[in-house]
Design a protein around this ligand. Structure first.
Ligand SMILES: Nc1nc2c(ncn2[C@@H]2O[C@H](COP(=O)(O)OP(=O)(O)OP(=O)(O)O)[C@@H](O)[C@H]2O)c(=O)[nH]1
Ligand SMILES: [Mg+2]
Length: 230
């Protein structure tokens, strides 16, 4: 067993998963895939790369996939738990840079919205949506994190163990915001490392109106709780 586990949720990522697993096999990491019964055969492809897959029946959401993966990582005693997307948006070269910073904070975030952070091939609309979500979250929750919705992260096992992840309720990318909020609440130190985020070339985005609405509603509710007290 290595010290670091990369947890990757997948739903229909057949076209991009192979090259990602190939690149990750060059690093000092173990990999765990949480696949929600992808009809395109993503799970089978992962197994041909010798990678462990937790296969669930049907699409159950990003948040629940991470809760399962993180619990396994904690139960096995990994020191560093890495989260990463399978759609080609997160580059292994950036992960290497992030891993160099392990030990300098409890949570390392691969960030699009700090100096030197970049985005390739995103529509103006997606860019504005991401910026607006981050502004709103920071305004209401004072997280002091430029990219609160980033799904490219390294948690220390020590912090993650304190975060009571089974009680994290969010399912869409709001999961990332809720995890950031919980990390802050537990006194975790956070640093952001600039990355280049690349829009997926294959497959389809799972971003939807429901996912965006979940974020707005939850951020607003947490903001009210914070401002008006419990
Ligand atoms: N297991 C599982 N994985 C999921 C689910 N939804 C998304 N994923 C995976 O989570 C990662 C991020 O999903 P994306 O579709 O890229 O969602 P996103 O990054 O919010 O949206 P885009 O920025 O448009 O790509 C990818 O590896 C997906 O395959 C789900 O319900 N279950
Ligand atoms: Mg994506």
């Amino acid at each position: 067993m290595k010290k670091s586990l990369v947890v990757i949720p997948t739903y229909n990522e057949l076209e991009s998963i192979g090259s990602l697993l190939e690149e990750l096999s060059q690093l000092e990491v173990d990999v765990l895939i949480i696949d929600d019964g992808s009809p395109d055969g993503t799970a089978k492809k992962c197994r041909t790369h010798g990678v462990e897959v937790v296969e669930r029946a049907g699409k159950q959401g990003l948040g629940s996939a991470y809760r399962v993966g993180f619990q396994i990582a904690l139960d096995r005693g990994y020191e560093n738990i890495i989260e990463m997307d399978a759609d080609g948006s997160h580059r292994v070269s950036d992960l290497v840079k992030m891993m160099e910073k392990i030990g300098t904070a409890d949570l390392l975030i691969g960030s699009r919205w700090v100096a030197k952070g970049k985005i390739a091939n995103w529509s103006k609309f997606r860019e504005l949506l991401s910026k607006a979500a981050n502004r709103y979250a920071n305004l209401l929750l004072s997280l002091d994190v430029a990219d609160t919705t980033a799904g490219f992260r390294i948690y220390s096992g020590a912090l993650l163990a304190k975060m009571d992840i089974q009680s994290i309720a969010s399912e869409g990318y709001c999961f990332q915001i809720e995890m950031t909020r919980r990390a802050r609440a537990r006194g975790g130190s956070i640093i952001e490392i600039p990355i280049t985020f690349i829009e997926r070339e294959h497959g389809v985005s799972k971003m939807s109106f429901e996912i965006a609405a979940e974020a707005v509603l939850r951020i607003t509710a947490w903001g009210f709780l914070r401002i008006f007290g419990r």
